[in-house]
Write a protein that binds this ligand. Structure first.
Ligand SMILES: Nc1nc2c(ncn2[C@@H]2O[C@H](COP(=O)(O)OP(=O)(O)O)[C@@H](O)[C@H]2O)c(=O)[nH]1
Ligand SMILES: [Mg+2]
Length: 432
């Protein structure tokens, strides 16, 4: 039974109604309709579908990333110890299906590999930025598909980046500032002081203040737990004041009194991971998993992904309003772009044609010139050859004349010789 009047907007409100909310007509319900169970439908559906959460852990090798993830989810994800000798920063992506009572969680953990191990660290943040953008791009492509299948789609957009800060007690390293500066508009950053058991309580407090002032002075935006929801406003507000969380990770069970607790055993005592006086691990777990997981996902979608999508569309030339401040439709821009592209293609085609014609003309002229040169050369050679032939003809004629003369002379000399011989013989015969 409904006890107090409920505002039911069963009619389309007229103008006056929309202007003055008090005018919305309240109806007294006469019976129980059951729509107070509507939230259960959502809960059941969500439980059936299962939940997913994507964490990015950024921090130097050996800073405690794998240990913290195991401590957070009470798992042993069997991560091998990383080497310090990678020449570039890489990312290791692992997806795990976890179950607690009847709730399933698909957890994707992306950890940096080799982060902070190079001498030149200027481009160490590139693989991280590229990975975050690639997940946005993949989601955007899915949105743009004609046949979308978000039911089967694995949304890998990063919901939170746990940034592990070295427990130096001094200040952030240039690499920390550079990386956070480049990812703070793309992902929800929660800064953590890693291995906080290696730093004293008073130093820790000073270190936290120093880190926060450095983040502010460098204009780095970290994730703020939301304070607009009354239910969590107080706790979230106080948690914002405790950032960066001082974290200790361990999956080892240590005996404290009669209880077994997760902690780290030292010669002087036990550090209990889940003791809020010892470190902020429980606060982080509560904030991350119990209180703000949905907000982290929402911020990822509404802030970071939205920013990526806007930039992408703007880069492609899409706008919401034209120069005259009038709304422009997607189709209008698409058609204008298409026309622009078509015109450009035509312009380029025309340019190519002109260039081609020019080249053809140049080649033609060159061919004509070389043809003329060849022709001249041919004519010249022909003339030379004709002259040579005439010369040879003349020589041949002279030689033939000389041969005729020679034969004439030969015949005359033979005649003379015969005559002389005859006379000599006659003389001899006479003398006898
Ligand atoms: N003192 C201390 N040691 C830790 C902590 N977390 C992890 N370790 C140790 O640091 C070493 C490297 O941890 P690991 O999680 O493999 O680092 P990762 O390379 O960042 O994944 C291991 O020997 C851990 O036992 C911590 O909170 N405090
Ligand atoms: Mg590791």
């Amino acid at each position: 039974m409904a006890e107090k009047p409920i505002c039911m907007s069963t009619q389309v409100p007229d103008d006056e109604d929309t202007q003055k909310e008090d005018n919305i007509r309240g109806l007294t319900m006469l019976g129980h309709f059951g729509f107070d169970c509507l939230p259960h439908q959502l809960v059941n559906k969500s439980v059936q579908q299962g939940f997913f959460f994507n964490i990015l852990c950024v921090g130097e090798t050996g800073i405690g990333k794998s240990t913290l993830i195991d401590t957070l989810f009470n798992t042993n994800l069997k991560d091998k110890k990383s080497s310090h000798f990678y020449s570039n920063v890489g990312l290791k992506i692992q997806t795990h299906e976890l179950q607690e009572s009847n709730v399933q969680l698909k957890l994707t953990v992306v950890k940096t590999v080799g982060y902070g191990d190079q001498i030149n660290k200027e481009s160490s943040y590139h693989p991280i930025v590229d990975y975050i953008d690639a997940q946005f791009e993949s989601y955007l492509q899915e949105e743009w598909k004609i046949k979308r299948s978000f039911a089967d789609y694995h949304d890998s957009r990063v919901h939170v980046c746990l940034y592990f800060i070295s427990p130096t007690g001094h200040s952030l390293k240039p690499l920390d500032l550079l990386t956070m500066k480049n990812i703070d508009t793309k992902v929800n950053i929660i800064p953590l002081i890693a291995k906080a058991d290696t730093i004293s309580k008073s130093d820790l407090q000073k270190f936290k203040c120093k880190i926060m002032s450095e983040l502010v002075s460098n204009g780095i935006q970290i994730y703020q737990f939301p304070t607009d929801d009354e239910a969590d406003a107080n706790v979230n507000y106080s948690m914002n004041g405790l950032l960066p969380f001082a974290i200790v990770g361990s999956t080892d069970e240590v005996k404290v009194g009669k209880r077994m607790v997760r902690g780290r055993q030292y010669p002087w005592g036990v550090l209990q991971v889940e003791n809020e006086n010892h470190c902020d691990f429980v606060k982080l777990r509560d904030m991350l998993l119990y209180t703000n997981m949905e907000d982290l996902k929402e911020q990822t979608h509404t802030q970071h992904y939205e920013r990526y999508r806007c930039c992408k569309l703007q880069k492609m030339g899409f706008v919401d309003v034209g120069p005259d401040n009038q709304p422009v439709s997607f189709q209008e821009i698409y058609e204008a772009k298409r026309q622009e592209f078509f015109d450009q293609c035509q312009r380029e085609e025309e340019e190519l044609k002109q260039k081609f014609m020019q080249r053809v003309k140049e080649k033609e002229t060159a061919f004509k010139e070389s043809e003329k040169e060849l022709q001249d050369k041919f004519e010249h050679l022909k003339r030379v050859q004709q002259e040579e032939t005439m010369k040879l003809e003349e020589e041949r004629r002279q030689l033939e004349e000389e041969i005729i003369d020679f034969y004439k002379m030969k015949a005359a000399s033979e005649t003379l010789h015969t005559l002389v011989c005859t006379n000599i013989k006659k003389d001899k015969d006479r003398k006898k």
